[in-house]
Design a protein around this ligand. Structure first.
Ligand SMILES: Nc1ncnc2c1ncn2[C@@H]1O[C@H](COP(=O)(O)OP(=O)(O)OP(=O)(O)O)[C@@H](O)[C@H]1O
Ligand SMILES: [Mg+2]
Length: 364
């Protein structure tokens, strides 16, 4: 039995979109509960407990805050503001978003001194509670900017009498707190909530749940699901699994097959890997790409050697170098491991075939 030209395997394609909020959010009850508990005081008009959600990419941090925000939007005395620090990259821009959410209209987009924007936003809060989620904090170009933004939020109640603000920071760097400067550290003691990597069974169940909402029933064979879960587990990123599942579905459709089989998964695997890699590289800035290029351009190298070479071409200092290196490691473009002979020297390991990465870097 073949699929006819007007039939589809997809019950709903948006289930596989990047910004889709899952129907079932599995294995994160405790994290969700803690986040909700911390924010609950806001609903009663009190200052919430600040939180920090930490964990590797694709572990459900953004999903958690989006689900919580969906719940609290209904309360009139809470003003939730979601800020993606990959897009909103300065203190000015953060407060423009807050102003808009608080006042209900856009502030003038340029020429407004920060101080005016700041007081304009905070004074409008009145007896409500402002809850600001700063997602992807580690993407901010410098720690100074992150500290500055945090400080301006944490000190708001001293600037404007009676204003109540709660902050939820989200980042992949589990040691984020170590990067707070003294000013921030002395007033910011967030409840740290960890989002660990999913195990194989968890990945399989989450993907199965996606399939249930995205495909018609019985479309995804168990064998294909197992294979996708396996590859996703190897990549350690749920997003990759979701993407692979969608492409396998399209492939099966293209072959007019009524079922998605392992061969469809194999057929799209290589290409998915490439596209996925390209997407990660696209999200980097020039300096980060330069370091990635360097790391993939030579044979085994220690972090010290890489730093020397990188300093020569970019002039950056060690702290910044280390920050960029951690980021590349976080988003799984490279690994670092300690040298066999003990000591503190670390070796850079490539996670991809070098030609694949260097090819993908060519377009930039
Ligand atoms: N527990 C879960 N149940 C169902 N879907 C999940 C779960 N965790 C993550 N997902 C899905 O995996 C994808 C990645 O999740 P999310 O964007 O929340 O990760 P993240 O931790 O914010 O990653 P990053 O640090 O890269 O921003 C999304 O499509 C999300 O719907
Ligand atoms: Mg996220």
């Amino acid at each position: 039995m073949h699929l006819s030209w007007d039939e589809t395997l997809f019950k709903s394609r948006e289930v596989f979109d990047e910004d889709y909020l899952p129907e079932e959010y599995l294995y994160r009850e405790s994290q969700l509960l803690r986040l909700a508990t911390n924010l609950k005081p806001a609903v009663r008009g009190a200052r919430p407990i600040n939180s920090l959600c930490l964990g590797p990419p694709g572990t459900g941090k953004t999903t958690a805050i989006k689900l919580i925000f969906k719940d609290i939007t209904g309360f009139e005395n809470v003003v939730p503001v979601y800020v993606n620090c990959q897009i909103v990259t300065s203190k000015q821009q953060v407060f423009m978003k807050i102003f808009k959410a608080v006042q209900g209209y856009e502030p003038p987009s340029y020429g407004v001194p920060f101080i005016k924007l700041y007081y304009g936003a905070l004074k409008g809060v009145k007896d409500r509670v402002l809850v600001v989620a700063l997602d992807d904090l580690n993407f901010l170009l410098s720690d100074d900017v992150a500290n500055d933004i945090l400080y301006s939020l944490l000190k708001a109640h001293e600037e404007v009498e009676g204003v109540k603000v709660g902050v939820v920071g989200i980042a992949t760097d589990v040691k984020l707190s170590a990067r707070f400067d003294e000013r921030v550290a002395s007033v910011f003691h967030p409840d740290e909530i960890y989002f660990p990597l999913y195990g194989f069974e968890e990945i399989r169940d989450i993907l199965a749940s996606r399939a249930k909402y995205g495909f018609y029933s019985g479309v995804l064979s168990n064998e294909a699901l197992d294979r996708i879960a396996e590859l996703c587990y190897e990549h350690n990123d749920l997003r990759f699994g979701i993407y692979l599942m969608k492409l396998a579905g399209l492939k099966a459709e293209e072959e007019a097959s009524r079922k998605i089989e392992p061969r469809h998964v194999e057929a799209v695997y290589e290409n998915s890997r490439k596209v996925f890699l390209r997407k990660s590289i696209q999200a980097l800035d020039d300096r980060e790409r330069a370091l990635l290029r360097l790391a993939y351009s030579s044979d085994e190298m220690t972090t010290g050697e890489l730093y020397r070479q990188f300093r020569e071409i970019s002039g950056v200092g060690y702290t910044k170098f280390y920050e960029i290196l951690s980021k590349l490691e976080n988003i799984r473009l490279i690994d670092t491991r300690f040298e066999q002979r003990g000591g503190r020297t670390r070796i850079i390991e490539k996670r991809y075939d070098p030609s694949l990465v260097l090819d993908a870097l060519k377009g930039f």
